[in-house]
Design a protein around this ligand. Structure first.
Ligand SMILES: Nc1ncnc2c1ncn2[C@@H]1O[C@H](COP(=O)(O)OP(=O)(O)O)[C@@H](O)[C@H]1O
Ligand SMILES: [Mg+2]
Length: 393
């Protein structure tokens, strides 16, 4: 079968080493790290509302290889085709009087942001090459895997205190300040704390995490990349964040996490029809995610799958972040017997769907989705993997 692919960390490391010796006069890198992308099983657009999310780390990831330099210069190359030109940037390591600032090319801001917000110092100069097999902008969090890989790399050069929560938060801050993306905490948390054979239920209010086993051999997680990304104005995400804040404020709550569906219904007159629907998605999704965590613990995949479908419908109708391609992929997946559930995953407007299904029907599901989908999809069968790691060279 042509479809499913699995990540090959080894070949990614080989690619990065080759690019390194090409760029840095034949030298070999002295250290290597990796950090995974993620797929969110359920809990979409809940993280910035202090709710629950339930992602798992992927076998797809970003690697960074490199070596210390003695002259205080940082020189970084990405091999990613989708990254803007130039693919190589060079700048002095930041000092207190001379901090890094966001600039062109855009991709380097994810790296610079992490360097600037790193929790120890002073950071020395270094050479590095980045290679990734997470699709850029595909909703599998190439950005967080790049940030967390960078942070993990810096930990080898200049150790911090090793606090994992603080590490994830520093990476999130880098994305806020340097990439201008007011993202929640999910992507960085799972890329730091993922564990093989487990999904991670994250309480985005308390920052507590719970590993939930997801290693049943009769079960498969299929990611389907629609390979579309609708060109939007860029304001969709901040607009929804504002709408959620507005709804929470009207309800007299610190966040939508504090609100029940009954609270929302009682306050309906205070909200525009659109803001009401946005809040209805978030409040319902937080509840669904908490129930999905329990269902997964109990290995109740029927319930889990049903909650995934409810999540998709709510994202489509109330939050309005789906698109025809994602809806098509979900509909096609649900037509296959042995599929428990399917939904869009990630921010929306393109990117990927995630489907939970019986292992025995995996190939049939891919065939069926291929036949039904109007575009050309990419399929990944994936297993929950570990978070960021140092890699032997
Ligand atoms: N390996 C990489 N090399 C260079 N830039 C990268 C890499 N991975 C991610 N990026 C940056 O992150 C951006 C994608 O982040 P984002 O829009 O949040 O999508 P997602 O995180 O869902 O993949 C890319 O456009 C690029 O700027
Ligand atoms: Mg991202």
């Amino acid at each position: 079968m042509a479809g499913p692919r699995e990540a090959e960390l080894g070949s990614l490391l080989a690619e990065a080493r080759l690019a390194y010796s090409g760029a840095f006069a034949g030298a070999d890198p002295e250290l290597a790290v990796s950090a995974p992308g993620r797929v969110n099983l359920i809990g979409e657009h809940t993280d910035y509302n202090q709710g629950f999310v339930l992602p798992m780390a992927l076998q797809l990831g970003t690697v960074m290889v490199g070596s210390l330099r003695r002259d205080g210069v940082i020189s970084i190359i990405t091999t990613a085709e989708g990254a803007e030109e130039p693919k190589r940037v060079q700048f002095p390591a930041p000092t207190e009087g001379n901090p890094l600032r966001p600039s062109e090319p855009h991709w380097a801001n994810y790296v610079k942001g992490v360097i600037q917000h790193y929790r120890a110092g002073p950071i020395p100069g270094f050479n590095a090459v980045i290679a990734s097999n997470v699709p850029l902008g595909g909703g599998l969090s190439s950005s967080a895997s790049l940030e967390v890989a960078t942070y993990t790399f810096l930990q080898q050069l200049c150790p911090d205190d090793g606090d994992l929560v603080a590490k994830a938060l520093a990476c999130q801050k880098a994305e806020h300040v340097f990439a201008g993306m007011p993202c929640g905490i999910m992507d960085q948390f799972i890329s730091v704390m993922g564990k093989e054979g487990h999904a991670l239920l994250i309480d985005c209010r308390s920052l507590e995490t719970l590993l939930v086993p997801l290693n049943d051999p009769s079960l498969v997680v299929l990611i389907t990349n629609s390979n579309v990304r609708h060109a939007l104005t860029g304001s969709e995400y901040p607009t929804r964040r504002h709408q959620c804040e507005e709804a929470a404020k009207a309800l007299g709550k610190a966040s939508l996490r504090e609100a029940s569906m009954a609270d929302l219904e009682a306050a309906q007159a205070l909200l525009s029809e659109e803001v009401f629907r946005r809040a209805r998605h978030v409040i319902g999704e937080i509840e669904r995610t908490s129930r999905a965590g329990q269902a997964l613990q109990a290995r109740d995949y029927e319930t889990f799958g049903r909650l995934m479908v409810e999540s998709h419908n709510s994202l489509r109708d109330d939050y309005e972040v789906s698109c025809p391609e994602l809806d098509e992929l979900v509909t096609a997946a649900l037509e296959v017997r042995g599929v428990y559930g399917s939904r869009m995953t990630g921010g929306g407007f393109g990117g990927c769907t995630v489907t939970l299904l019986e292992a025995g029907v995996a190939e049939a599901a891919v065939q069926h989705i291929k036949e039904k989908y109007s575009g050309a999809a990419t399929f990944y069968f994936t297993k929950p993997s570990d978070g960021a790691k140092v890699q032997p060279l």
